[in-house]
Design a protein around this ligand. Structure first.
Ligand code: AMP
Ligand code: ZN
Length: 511
């Protein structure tokens, strides 16, 4: 297929731009992954679903994407703006009397399970910060050689004021350095920094700090921002196509990533900065520090999550689909659909009513997908399927506009239902295109999938039917037609129809 011309809103230039990769058809995309000191919440999931949509569409549009999404397992301190306080994972390890790696293992298990049930594709590479300490030390050394970092008592700080003399430190956020200085306070124990905006590339480990590595500056651990600069450079090169994350990362984490890469190599690291807006609850950002988070396990039907893991707390096992704010549990695909109904750059408020409406919409879409398979072609079409197909591409080419795409698909749903009801017709060629449009956009691009849960009853019915059909086949092979006819008639009375074909016998319950 021909590669689609996509337009992407670039935070760096604050406008939509034609997407032109450095080395087409290859695309390098880096997305800041989770800090695994607790379970990921639905807000985090929104960001990962948004980038999954972008990844899926780039692949669908013909690009060969290397998608790197990291796991932060060291260096993310409690006060992430000031770079102060305890390491988030180290703190959990201390409180739970576990190894930091046990904390990571447990939450990584839960994280991957959530990603999988939300049908979020795994990235091409999922590097961890602790697995890239030498790369982070090397990058820090290069920044020091260029004169943009200094050592103070075993800590290495990035010199923001010096960097700002020759570079625009606030290029991504659009804030000038004076404003940023006015908004930053000096914290106790941070007096050793030359400037208030300076941030740590490497920190000296206090004796009680659990995660510690040797470095040219003594025993310590890396700062948070350097991991993403070092790992993106390692896997995608000094300059790559797309860097993503939530909007909350713009003013500090991503601003500092740019400063580090420019400070190290003198080149701008990223062509297109893509940021997702926040999932909110009553208008307030959902965040672990505010305590207003929903865990997938509290919302989804049929999810056991970390309750299966030996380190899970007993209370987690009881949480399934039972959050006091929600009248009922929702399926993971309904939540994915709900999230995709809003453009990734708009805020999205989480509520019972909104989820209920999404549940109905998702069901309508999936019913139409099933009806579509049963439609029969006519001589000609009464609806313009080619234009529907083109509109779906146009929506996604316009900065991955999933709500507009869904609006077009729902126009398609109306067409499908009308054809089924006999009030519209479709030609053979158009029916093939309609099926392809739905298959491509609903399943491949939006990443939705059918959620027919097989219950114990379904399993029982399957087993019994297999037995009945086996007896019927045996009777037929012995030419005992009175038995085989008796089975067929009995099943027909029970409204179960059977169909014989070369592949074997299938059955279905008649509507
Ligand atoms: P964290 O584990 O807190 O570092 O977050 C992982 C990713 O989730 C980052 O890209 C954040 O920007 C994103 N994120 C955090 N909170 C929210 C939220 N409420 N809505 C959308 N994305 C979020
Ligand atoms: Zn990052």
């Amino acid at each position: 297929m021909t590669i689609q011309q996509i337009e992407i809103y670039n935070t760096l230039t604050r406008k939509k731009e034609k997407f032109v990769p450095i080395n087409p058809p290859f695309v390098g995309m880096y997305v800041c992954g989770p800090t695994l000191y607790s379970d990921v919440h639905i807000g985090n999931c929104r960001t990962f679903i948004s980038f999954d949509l972008i990844y899926r569409y780039l692949v669908h549009a013909g690009y060969k994407v290397r998608y790197v999404r990291n796991i932060t397992d060291v260096g993310h301190l409690e006060d992430e703006v000031a770079g102060a306080g305890e390491d988030r994972i180290g703190k959990q390890a201390r409180l739970k009397k576990l190894e930091p790696m046990e904390i990571i293992q447990r939450y990584a298990f839960g994280f991957r399970e959530v990603m999988s049930i939300l049908n979020i594709l795994p990235p091409s590479i999922e590097p961890t910060a602790s697995g890239h300490i030498p790369e982070q030390i090397e990058m820090t050394q290069k920044i020091m050689e260029k004169g943009f970092a200094y050592e103070k008592d075993g800590n290495i700080y990035f010199d923001v004021e010096k960097f700002s003399k020759t570079n625009n430190y606030g290029i991504l956020s659009g804030r000038n350095i004076e404003d940023q200085l006015d908004n930053t306070r000096t914290l106790d124990g941070q007096e050793e920094k030359k400037g208030r905006l300076d941030f740590a590339l490497w920190k000296k480990a206090k004796p009680e700090h659990i995660m510690r590595w040797n470095s040219p500056w003594g025993i310590g651990f890396p700062g948070w921002h350097i991991e993403c600069s070092a790992m993106s450079q390692k896997y995608l090169g000094e300059t790559f196509d797309i860097h993503g994350g939530g909007m909350d990362l713009i003013p500090t984490h991503h601003t500092n990533e740019i400063a580090q890469s420019v400070g190290c190599c003198g080149v701008v690291p990223v062509r297109y900065w893509v940021h997702t807006n926040m999932l909110t609850l009553n208008g307030q950002k959902m965040s672990r520090s505010l305590g207003n988070v929903f865990l997938p396990v509290e919302l989804f039907t049929g999810m056991k999550l970390a309750a299966d893991s030996p380190t899970a707390t007993p209370s987690q096992a009881k949480l399934e689909g039972k959050h006091p704010l929600f009248e009922k549990a929702y399926s993971p695909m309904c939540v994915r659909f709900f999230i995709l109904q809003t453009h990734y750059r708009s805020t999205l408020d989480f509520s019972n009513e909104a989820l209920q409406a999404s549940e109905k919409g998702f069901e309508r879409l999936m019913n139409a997908v099933n009806t579509l398979e049963k439609l029969k072609p006519s001589e000609k079409s009464s609806a313009d399927i080619k234009s529907l197909h083109a509109k779906c591409y146009a929506a996604m080419n316009d900065d991955f506009n999933s709500p507009i795409l869904l609006a077009h698909l729902f126009d398609g749903v109306k067409i499908i239902n009308s054809i089924h009801a006999g009030t519209a017709i479709v030609s053979k060629e158009d029916l093939t295109l309609l099926k392809k449009t739905f298959r491509d956009f609903v399943f491949d691009v939006l990443g939705l999938k059918e959620e027919k849960e097989t219950s114990n009853n379904d399993e029982l019915a399957n087993n019994l039917m297999n037995l009945v059909l086996e007896i019927r086949n045996e009777a037929k092979s012995k030419k005992d037609f009175s038995t085989s006819d008796k089975i067929r008639d009995g099943l027909a009375k029970a409204k179960i129809s059977i169909k014989d074909s070369k592949e074997g016998t299938t059955w279905e319950i008649e509507n």
